[in-house]
Design a protein around this ligand. Structure first.
Ligand SMILES: Nc1nc2c(ncn2[C@@H]2O[C@H](COP(=O)(O)OP(=O)(O)OP(=O)(O)O)[C@@H](O)[C@H]2O)c(=O)[nH]1
Ligand SMILES: [Mg+2]
Length: 407
């Protein structure tokens, strides 16, 4: 059973480790994102703990000295939840809960929880529920018994509460039931998609919170929910859009995030089918985000996982209004110039140059460069259309050939 209450902000500490693969700077970036996720889920981060380690401790993830430090802080400040940046094994989670005597979650847990809060249609809810049960299955034994006092809130909006006494068999049954339910919905959706005819299909993809829904709203005059939180969109919206006289379908769907739980990728298979079946991808990037290049890499990785990396793609760099290059003072001879000091024009001469024509810089919010956006999308859709239907290419002349305002 999913639950989505509006809760008071609960106090949370974050915990992450510095390893050879993940230096201090990277970890801080990850924790920034984890903090945003926590906030989205209804938590307030009061402290971060980091520790340098060769590898995570198999029993308690961080060392026992550090753990004692965390325990003291948690007790003194009445912190309800500790969230780890990496996936904890079921055993680790149990051990840590025993020491800290509070709720212990990992990133996967947190993301699942946000998805549970945000799922509105029965379809999205079924997908989230399936992912939750799959996450729960290996963690069932004795998971909840010592937590009776602190139930509710982040990470508890899931099957856990109601299933305390049940065994794996019941959860397994539930999983196969949900899978069947999804199969039925999938078939209906497939039929629906088939009914959409031969229109070219364009999908907005990108990291979460980059402005996909905002762009969808501007372009299609629809009203998709957009806000400054992660995973504002869970359900897929499809709109028919006409640029000049060329119609196509535009899809807005769930945003991606790094370390996206595999259970979610699997459960959201059918949502991601919209991407898989698209003819053209608009990969939206928040260029004002300091880690936008990492975001692109994560999105590309997920696209590869769902075998959609080779599709024709327009890279849409959004939020140019919010982009600010870091400055180096003229008399500062020490600071080395890095990509964070690039102006937008300088960015265009980096690897972005290799993308050729398939690049756009816009602000969906301030409606900057939208005309160029329309033109590029039109040309790309037209290209697909005339390859597919060579006999009616006369219908859609070059974008520039229009003189009147037909839109
Ligand atoms: N400054 C600026 N903010 C923008 C722009 N476009 C969108 N935003 C803001 O970015 C936030 C996220 O926008 P959404 O459209 O919800 O982003 P999304 O990619 O759909 O996010 P998810 O559905 O959560 O994956 C909102 O607060 C928007 O107002 C832009 O061009 N400039
Ligand atoms: Mg959205």
């Amino acid at each position: 059973m999913l639950e989505k209450n509006n809760l008071e902000y609960e106090k949370v500490v974050l915990i992450g480790i510095i390893t050879r693969e993940q230096n201090e700077e990277k970890l801080e970036e990850y924790l920034d994102e984890l903090e945003f996720l926590t906030y989205t889920a209804g938590g307030e981060v009061v402290k971060r703990y980091t520790q340098k380690m060769e590898r995570p401790d198999p029993k308690t993830f961080i060392g026992s000295g550090k753990m004692e430090e965390v325990r003291q802080y948690i007790t003194e400040n009445e912190v309800g939840t500790a969230i780890f940046d990496d996936e904890l094994s079921p055993a680790q989670q149990k051990n840590i809960e025993r020491v800290l005597n509070c709720k212990v979650l990992d990133r996967t847990n947190l993301i699942l929880d946000i998805f549970a809060q945000r799922a509105t249609t029965s379809y999205a809810r079924t997908q989230v529920e399936l992912a939750q049960y799959q996450y729960l299955l290996p963690r069932l034994a004795g998971m909840w018994t010592h937590l009776e006092r602190q139930r509710g809130g982040i990470g508890m909006r899931g099957p856990g509460e109601t299933e305390i006494e049940t065994d794996r068999r019941i959860v397994r049954d539930k999983i196969s039931l949900l899978k069947k339910k999804l199969e039925t919905i999938d078939k209906q959706m497939e039929v629906q998609r088939g009914n959409r005819g031969q229109l070219v299909r364009v999908a907005l993809v990108g990291y979460t919170n980059v402005g996909k829904s905002t762009l969808m709203n501007v372009i299609s005059k629809s009203k998709v929910f957009a806000e400054n939180k992660l995973f504002a969109t869970l359900d897929t919206t499809v709109r028919k859009v006409v640029i000049r006289n060329l119609p196509f379908l535009l899809t807005d769907t769930v945003g991606f995030i790094r370390k996206l739980p595999t259970q979610l990728v699997e459960s959201f298979k059918s949502t991601l089918d919209e991407v898989r079946e698209a003819d053209l991808l608009l990969h939206v990037v928040d260029i004002s985000h300091p880690q936008f290049e990492d975001h692109i890499a994560s999105v590309n990785q997920i696209l590869a996982e769902i075998k959609s990396a080779e599709k024709p793609t327009l890279m849409v760099f959004n939020k140019i209004d919010a982009y600010e290059a870091e400055k180096i003072e003229e008399d500062d001879l020490m600071t080395e110039k890095t990509s964070s000091h690039n102006t937008l024009a300088e960015w265009q001469n980096t690897w972005m140059n290799r993308l050729g024509e398939n690049v756009l810089f816009i602000s969906a919010l301030n409606k900057e460069n939208l005309e160029e956006f329309r033109k590029k999308v039109y040309e790309a859709v037209r290209e697909i259309h005339i390859t597919r239907f060579p006999y009616n290419n006369f219908l859609y002349p070059e974008y520039e050939a229009y003189t009147d305002e037909e839109e």
